[in-house]
Design a binder for this molecule. Structure first.
Ligand SMILES: [Zn+2]
Length: 309
């Protein structure tokens, strides 16, 4: 059975989207005027880190942002509910907040650390900006002819002046899945994770395969678990800004329980019961903790753990 639900909007990072108002992206005169508006909202990033207040929210600037980085090309994120234009600006590496006009407002802060504290819409906007800025940094040169390309459409495109190729920001589909067997589910952990943290298995979808096939392949490759791709159940998805992925949550019934891990991918994998999963989510398990609430893995585990058997 394949169940399509529509509750991706309840998952952090995608839950409070802005109106992207994409029709304005190709209108330089409108963009220039919008960026100068007194009520414009501008967030700053530096090297993928957002500028965050001591209280844990984004620092929102107005048109003064243009004075901080006159050469920066603002990324137009959209219009908020009041119709206010919202932008993001990537500051140069040598920009020092404390030596600038906005000294004392906040600090560029580790993204994962601040995500858990950001209001939902701020988290969505900062994630989007982070993915886009990362894409610009990694795609300065045309993939077709090697010439340096230029930003266009308010940061949503790059154009090659030589071969005229147009390049659009990409997002990579990733299956993130829970294999289940009766009243048990499969968790894994990677060597680099904090001690005690376990999560769903995940992997990039490869060209030529469906989402469900990719999920089943990854479970077999990483843990030796066989699943019938046609029995995969889609739950919800989440945009994920490390670097730019769409994490697509699935549950797959497993056909075997004997685990053979790929040690390049996983340190360990194991089955836990539904009761254990509930204790993990409640923070009451003595040995295991789950990813934080802003990660979709948390919600996949919760979706299964809170089901009646
Ligand atoms: Zn080119």
């Amino acid at each position: 059975m394949t169940t399509i639900t529509t509750n991706s909007h309840l998952i952090p990072l995608g839950s409070r989207p802005i109106d992207r108002a994409g029709h304005h992206r190709a209108d330089p005169a409108w963009l220039e005027a919008a960026y100068k508006r007194e009520d414009a909202l501008v967030l700053l990033m530096q090297g993928g880190l957002p500028l965050v207040t001591a209280a844990g929210g984004l620092v929102w600037l107005g048109p003064e942002a243009a004075k901080l980085a006159p050469d920066a090309e603002p990324l137009f994120l959209g219009l908020d509910k009041a119709g206010t234009p919202v932008f993001a600006v990537e500051m140069p590496g040598d920009f020092d907040v404390e030596a600038s006009l906005i000294a004392g407002t906040g600090e560029f802060t580790d993204f994962r650390q601040c995500l858990a504290r950001l209001p939902e819409m701020d988290a969505n906007l900062a994630s989007t900006a982070r993915s886009l800025f990362d894409w610009h940094r990694s795609n300065r040169f045309c993939a077709r002819c090697g010439a340096e390309s230029v930003r266009s459409e308010a940061g949503w495109k790059r154009d090659c002046p030589e071969c005229k190729a147009q390049h659009f920001p990409r997002t990579d589909p990733v299956a993130i899945m829970l294999a289940v067997s009766g009243d048990k589910c499969l968790l894994g952990r990677q060597r680099m994770w904090p001690k005690g943290m376990w999560s769903c298995l995940a992997g990039f979808i490869e060209p030529g395969e469906t989402l469900e096939q990719g999920a089943a392949r990854e479970l077999h490759e990483e843990a030796g678990i066989r699943c019938d791709a046609s029995k995969a159940e889609y739950l919800f998805c989440q945009p994920w800004p490390f670097a730019s992925s769409l994490m697509i949550g699935l549950i797959l019934p497993a056909e075997n329980e004997d685990i053979t891990i790929d040690e390049d991918e996983l340190e360990q994998a194991m089955w836990i019961t539904r009761d254990e999963a509930r204790r993990v989510l409640a923070g009451e398990h003595p040995d295991i903790f789950a990813p934080m609430r802003f990660a979709v893995a948390h919600h996949i585990l919760n979706e299964w753990a809170t089901r009646e058997r």
